[in-house]
Each structure stands twice: as structure tokens, then as C-alpha cells.
Design a protein around this ligand. Structure first.
Ligand code: ADP
Length: 327
């Protein structure tokens, strides 16, 4: 396949994640470097259907590498799930002769992109932007490192107050389907128990381990729970623990959306810049309909059809480590 692409558009879709701006910046500037016209589509597929599309210049992406969120905004779009909706989107692209798309988002956005690329023969390149990290074909997703560092910073602060009052804290972090944020932030903050959706939570075991700790006079007790744990989120876990350990001073803290915001870490800016650059290089070189990833520090290209969420990618040994290190 030769280089036939002249006009490309970039959009951010689905859940937002810190570092998306760095990816937009890289895609826009790499496009311009290659002599392409680059457009930005606001609010993901919704903006494509609503014709909310603007021409981007190098200066349009100035001063954004350090900013969280996405200057293009993001949205979920029901109509893009229908062929009439996608036709409307295609018509709006055709008006500007847009012949290639860069989609920064999660597996849902890639599914939409795959369908769209087949229906209208428009090459689409995916860039994994999700704080959850649970994507096939990449060791990194944009936003995970920032989110997990935000969680660590918050849990460190909770540890201080837990220590001052001899309290047991149940901290809920994000992760509806994946426990990466819980596992990484839990290990990094010395949590004794980490509850994640990938493993079955045994409440009796949890209660026993906390009672044991009471006997060992542990100073700080932290339980980190992923919001999507099979037993429930922080509120449910806290409620049961209060029933089972009536003498303990138990508090629940739900970190929530602070984990999605904030200035991206160096790592997130770096991977976003690399992925943004390579996404456009893919369009230029004719490597179509792939998700750009990084595996063992090398760029990898996974067909969009395989760019799905994967469970159980994490190293099971880590769970063993948690128990030993928190003893
Ligand atoms: P994420 O990309 O973060 O996983 P979603 O799953 O909400 O977020 O997907 C984002 C958008 O992608 C949806 O709002 C929809 O417009 C589009 N999309 C998702 N799945 C499909 C699908 N099966 N067909 C067409 N479009 C889809």
C-alpha cells in the first residue's frame, strides 16, 4: 500500500485519561510534519456525527502536553452504534476529504473504529487511552501511570491519619473490570490486603487476616479495593467489616474521579508522544486499522479486531508478595 493519505482527523473517545493531550499534540504535529492536513474532531464520534470538526495547526496544540483531560473533549455516542449514524459521520468526513483517522480511546472506541473502517474503507489507527491498563497488545496505556500515582499520593496521606488514630481504612480506587490500579497502588503504599476483580474475594479470610493483625498490633491497616471487586466496592467491604469487627475503628474512603485528572506523569507524556507519532506514521506508511502499542519498549501494532480488554494479564506472584511484605 502506498501513501495516499492526505487529510487526517484526530479524536478522543470514551473514558478520558491524563496524557490524551500529549497524544493529540504528537499526532497533529507528526501529521503536519508529513505534509498532511490535520483536523480535530470534538467529543469523539458524537462530534463526527454533529460535524464538530476543526482544522488543526501546530499552534492549536501548543501548551497542552502538561494538561490533563482532552482539549478535544470526549463523549460516548449512541448513534455511532447504528449504520445511519456512522453514515452521517462518514458524510461529514468526506466533505473535508478526510481519509484517515486517529482514535484515542479504549476498547469500545476501537470496536466502533473497526466497524467504521470496514464499512467505509477509512483507515483507522487506535491509541490506547485508558487509566485501567487492561488492553491487549500493549504494556502501557495512556493515563494509567498518572492515575496510579494519584492513588499512591492519596493513600499515603490516608496512611498518616490511619496511623494517628489507629484506624482501619478501606480505600476504593478505580477499576471496574481491572485491578491494576488497586494492585500497583496497594503494593506501593504497603497495603495489607488488596481486593481486585480478577480474584475471588473471601471475606472470612479478610476478616481473619485483620483480626490476626490486631493480635500482632499492626499500627496501620489499609485495605485497597478496586471499585469492581466481585464482592463490591469500598462501601460494601467497609459495611461488612464494621459488622464483623465491631471494636475496630473503620473508615471508608472512595478516591473517585481525582484519579482521572491532573497533569500527566513523565511516563504518560512519553508513551503518548511515541504512540501519537507512530499512529500517524502508520497512516503515512499504509499500516492500516491497527492499535499502536508498546511491548518490551518496542512499538507494536495489533489489528483493531484484536484490540480488546484482557483479564488476568498481571503477574500472579504479585499477590503473594503483598502478603509477605505486609506481614
Ligand atoms: P471506551 O472507548 O473508553 O471503551 P466506550 O465503550 O463507551 O468507551 O466506547 C466509546 C464509544 O465507542 C461509544 O460511545 C460508541 O460511540 C463507540 N462504540 C463502542 N462500541 C461500539 C460498537 N460495538 N459499534 C459501534 N460503535 C461503538
Amino acid at each position: 500500500m502506498g501513501n495516499t493519505i492526505q487529510n487526517i482527523a484526530v479524536l478522543t473517545s470514551g473514558g478520558d485519561s491524563p496524557g490524551m493531550n500529549a497524544a493529540i499534540r504528537a499526532a497533529v504535529r507528526t501529521g503536519i510534519y508529513n505534509g498532511l492536513n490535520v483536523f480535530g474532531i470534538y467529543r469523539g464520534y458524537q462530534g463526527m456525527l454533529d460535524d464538530d470538526i476543526v482544522k488543526m495547526e501546530s499552534r492549536s496544540v501548543a501548551n497542552i502536553i502538561q494538561r490533563g483531560g482532552t482539549i478535544l473533549k470526549t463523549a460516548r455516542c449512541k448513534d455511532f452504534r447504528t449504520s445511519e449514524g456512522r453514515q452521517r459521520g462518514y458524510d461529514n468526513l468526506k466533505k473535508r476529504n478526510i481519509d484517515g483517522l486517529v482514535i484515542i480511546g479504549g476498547d469500545g472506541s476501537f470496536k466502533g473504529a473497526e466497524i467504521f473502517s470496514k464499512e467505509f474503507d477509512i483507515p483507522c489507527i487506535g491509541i490506547p487511552g485508558t487509566i485501567d491498563k487492561d488492553m491487549a497488545g500493549t504494556d502501557f496505556t495512556i493515563g494509567f501511570d498518572t492515575a496510579v500515582n494519584t492513588a499512591v499520593e492519596a493513600i499515603d496521606k490516608i496512611r498518616d491519619t490511619a496511623d494517628a488514630h489507629d484506624r482501619l481504612f478501606v480505600v476504593e480506587v478505580m477499576g471496574r473490570d481491572a485491578g491494576y490500579i488497586a494492585l500497583h497502588s496497594g503494593i506501593a503504599t504497603g497495603a495489607e490486603n488488596i481486593l481486585i476483580p480478577e480474584t475471588k474475594t473471601n471475606m472470612d479470610e479478610l476478616v481473619e487476616s485483620l483480626t490476626e493483625k490486631e493480635k500482632r498490633q499492626k499500627l496501620v491497616n489499609l485495605v485497597v479495593v478496586a471499585e469492581g471487586d466481585d464482592f463490591g466496592g469500598g462501601a460494601e467491604v467497609g459495611q461488612i467489616l464494621k459488622q464483623k469487627l465491631p471494636n475496630a475503628d473503620i473508615r471508608v474512603c472512595i478516591l473517585g474521579h481525582i484519579q482521572r485528572g491532573g497533569s500527566p506523569t513523565c511516563l504518560d507524556r512519553l508513551i503518548a508522544s511515541r504512540m501519537g507519532y507512530h499512529a500517524v506514521e502508520c497512516l503515512v506508511e499504509g499500516r492500516f486499522n491497527v492499535m499502536v502499542g508498546i511491548v518490551n519498549n518496542k512499538m507494536s501494532y495489533l489489528p483493531l479486531s484484536q484490540a480488546v480488554k484482557v483479564k488476568d494479564k498481571f503477574n500472579k506472584d504479585w499477590l503473594k508478595i503483598v502478603k509477605i511484605l505486609a506481614s
